[in-house]
Design a protein around this ligand. Structure first.
Ligand code: F6R
Ligand code: MG
Ligand code: MG
Length: 373
């Protein structure tokens, strides 16, 4: 049976700042998807969860990627949710709905989307990732390590089902006219993949495909809100879907790189670097509007019907990792605005600094004459 998985997420308002959507907001979004999607047989199943201030709608259906009915269902659910957010006085109500009216699909309209279409395996297993207070480049390192590095993915050495490696489709997100992508395969293009994925702000993984079976393994959202709105309206807070087991990495291999707590862009005002903390599903945001968090929920699926999720980072092992990541967060926060604690000027998300620098630039004076030889 051919199934499409679509995850569409947005920040449409949250309690007490950019912390967590309200229960009523999540219920409103869920009720809408149930009555207009599930009960009308548009979708096969759905699951609502939150990560920081973002609500994600995970859906299974048979309408393929970028389907306008599916995207409109999610958009309309977010519009309904925004009405509740306004009624409740939530902060940032409707923040990610950047366009007034729906047209075609949600790409370029604010919400983030990741979609996979495949012939369902009899024991289809996948992991849904969502990250808050960061941007799509946050997945670059963990995906690289999970799909190309035998130090993290033992299956690359041990399993004949993965011996031809994986193809990466990488997008240049600084190109705003259209989607600018390159296809590179590991292991042969390993160093080229690394050279691009080094730059988290410019190059992000859009999808990954098995070279053994040509099946798509993973899909990531690549939205940069700044490019849509032309100004800061919130961080891009990316979602990802990763199929696991068999010809794909095992769930534990996909999760293992998150023990690093690598530094990603985001944190307070989307303008700092902070370590990515693997967190439990439906987590809140806290210290310095962060730290940047990532959640992972594993599902099994049969004929498009989901099991309940297994919360991958809800395990004593990750408590230990979270302690270490907290230490990294404290270490970098101790140096405040200085050097690598803040993003470079070109990436600062608040327009105020641009005005400030312009004003200061006019106050500079040239002292003395340059001695010419
Ligand atoms: C970062 C984020 C928050 C806000 C901060 C100020 O992605 O959402 O850190 O930038 O709380 O928010 P405003 O400018 O809405 O008062
Ligand atoms: Mg937000
Ligand atoms: Mg967010």
């Amino acid at each position: 049976m051919k199934i499409t998985l679509s995850v569409i997420k947005a920040d449409i308002g949250s309690i007490g700042g950019h912390i967590q959507p309200s229960k009523r907001l999540k219920e409103t979004v869920g009720d809408y998807i149930k009555s207009e999607g599930l009960n009308k047989n548009l979708i096969k199943d759905f699951y609502i969860s939150s990560t920081g201030d973002d609500i994600a709608i995970l859906m299974s259906h048979q309408k393929g990627k970028l389907d306008s009915d599916i995207h409109k269902l999610a958009w309309d659910a977010f519009v309904k949710g925004t009405e509740v957010a306004k009624k409740q006085g939530l902060y940032g109500a409707g923040q990610d709905l950047l366009k007034d009216a729906f047209s075609g699909n949600v790409k370029g309209m604010g919400p983030a989307v990741a979609e996979l279409e495949f012939e369902e395996r009899p024991n289809e297993s996948f992991v849904f990732f969502a990250a808050d207070k960061t941007d799509p480049g946050a997945y670059n390192l963990p995906l690289y390590l999970a799909f190309v590095d035998p130090m993290y993915n033992a299956g690359l050495m041990l399993s004949p089902k993965m011996d031809e490696g994986f193809k990466f489709v990488i997008m240049d997100v600084s190109y705003t006219e259209a989607d600018r992508v390159i296809e590179l395969s590991s292991p042969q293009d390993l160093y080229d993949i690394a050279a691009l994925l080094r730059d988290n702000q410019r190059f992000v993984v859009e999808s990954i495909h098995s070279n053994n079976t040509k099946e798509q393994a993973a899909a990531m959202s690549t939205t940069r809100l700044h490019n849509i709105a032309g100004k800061y309206t919130g961080k891009d807070d990316p979602v990802a879907l990763v199929r696991v087991q068999g010809e794909f990495p095992a769930t534990g291999e996909v999760l293992s790189p998150y023990n690093i707590g690598h530094f990603v862009a985001g944190f307070m005002r989307g303008s700092h670097n902070g370590p990515l903390m693997p967190s439990k599903a439906n987590t809140t945001i806290s210290f310095f509007d962060g730290p940047p968090v990532v959640t992972a929920q594993a599902f099994s699926m049969r004929e498009g019907k989901f099991t309940e999720p297994a919360d991958c980072f809800d395990h004593p092992f990750w408590d230990y990792v979270r302690d270490q990541v907290s230490q990294k967060a404290l270490d970098i926060r101790r140096q405040g605005f200085s050097g690598c604690a803040m993003l470079p000027y070109s990436e600062l998300e608040y327009g105020g600094i641009v005005e400030k620098m312009k004003k200061l630039d006019g106050k500079f004076k040239i002292k003395g004459e340059k001695v010419r030889v």
